[in-house]
Write a protein that binds this ligand. Sequence first.
Ligand code: KIV
Length: 272
Amino acid sequence: MSVYSEDSRKVTTHRLLEMKQRGEKIAMLTAYDYSMAKLIDQSGMDVILVGDSASNVMAGNVTTLPITLDQMIYHGKSVVRGVTRALVVVDMPFGTYQGNSKEALASAIRIMKETHADAIKLEGGSEIRESIQRILCAGIPVMGHLGLTPQSINKFGTYAVRAREEAEANKLKEDALLLQEVGCFGLVLEKIPAALAKEVTESVQIPVIGIGAGPHVDGQVLVMHDMLGITQAFSPRFLRRYANLQGTIIEAAQAYIHDVKSRDFPNEKEQY
Ligand code: KIV
């Protein structure tokens, strides 16, 4: 039996819930532009995340903090144009939802109206409860994100594994229950011990998607540029590379340089 879904119907938050209930793993990958999103959607991916990791892999910033709402909307719109099946989730960027729940709602409405995405994702637990509730009240599906939350890198000071200590693990477990209680349709757990991720996954009914959170979650998410080997410097233990596009792209570019300089390109058939 093929593991790739032959069901061409649009993936919805409800279908993700059904997948968790029947024990079918959920595959989620980031994308930031039309062409790649189209290919990823054709692969049968369940969820495409327009991650604020666009700040790193598309814009070359060191952290996710600088990316703006306008830039996330640009990436979201481009991705949605290429997708017919996968559920598209857009990250709310740093500074657009943390302090003021009315501003959070306005930012989420802009994302939904201008990108036509299916849902938004934001980082944090009880601290942003009011923002999440206000967004949910407007009928916008929300995905939570706990554990390593890269928008708080300046507070953590490191990208090391989170919630190894009991106090932080307990707070994370409480936050996961709270996100479920307020109505989030799913949850990302980033870079936490596998045993803790398992406990959280078993304690909630909503789908839990892990990145560096071990195998006992309901699905996995990776950053496209990392898993395709476009980026090579970033090499955490949890990352599995499925291609070496960095090598492929450099080799192709060098072959082209060679052909231009040697006057091999264009040949007689490649001109008018
Ligand atoms: O921005 C992103 O790509 C993410 C994933 C790492 C989950 O939030």
